[in-house]
Design a protein around this ligand. Structure first.
Ligand code: GRF
Length: 201
């Protein structure tokens, strides 16, 4: 399967994908890495020919940025478009264009803690458990159908960084597990519901 990756930051999830592909543990190819941050570490993890970055400012506004990004993603003919630490909300046109093949990993047990600062919010709520979710992207932020989740315990003395690190360690295998299903053509979205082999998850 051809994967287009959207990332704004560090790119450890991208690295997990690249490592799994190199190890023969994921039947896929990264055909482009797209970023809204020209300085994103994620971009450095792939050869220059696979890198794309623009900012809304460099495109003359948010709508133009979204359209430029969508065209660039389309041009690499991806089977799946995967957001890994992509920190910008995708516009409705973008979401519609890649509907059903647009995935995101979010560091919370959705529907809990959509948006930012998920680890801090889980700590403040006194949750015993926290985790990560992979879901189909819809126009509403972090609200699309959940495909799979991974859980971690919240431990006494955790701060947001400690908890984030624990969640990240389960994010990588979680994402790979979902991408293996996606690459095998077993995953789909029907009527707002994630399906595996045609059956609702
Ligand atoms: C991950 O925790 C992801 O869930 C969140 O941002 C972080 C990105 O990490 N949305 P990385 O850039 O893949 O290292």
């Amino acid at each position: 399967a051809r994967l287009a990756i959207l990332a704004s930051g560090r790119g450890s999830n991208l690295q997990a994908i690249l490592d799994a592909i190199a190890a023969g543990a994921l039947d896929a190819r990264v055909v482009g890495v797209f970023s809204d941050r020209p300085d994103a570490q994620a971009l450095q993890r792939v050869p220059e020919a696979l890198r794309w970055s623009r900012t809304p400012k460099s495109c003359g506004g948010r709508a133009a940025f979204d359209a430029t990004l969508a065209d660039a993603v389309d041009a690499v003919e991806p089977d799946w478009v995967v957001c890994v630490g992509y920190m910008r909300i995708l516009g409705e046109d973008f979401v519609r264009r890649f509907h059903g093949r647009l995935l995101n990993i979010h560091p919370s047990l959705l529907p809990l803690y959509k948006g930012l600062h998920t680890h801090q919010r889980a700590l403040e709520a006194g949750d015993a458990e926290h985790g990560a979710s992979v879901h189909f992207v819809t126009a509403e932020l972090d609200a699309g159908a959940v495909i799979a989740q991974a859980r971690v315990p919240v431990r006494a003395g955790d701060d947001a960084d400690a908890l984030a690190a624990r969640v990240l360690s389960v994010e990588h295998p979680l994402l790979l597990q979902v991408l293996r299903l996606a690459a095998a053509g077993r995953l789909a979205e029907r009527n707002g519901q994630a399906t595996l082999d045609g059956h609702p998850l």
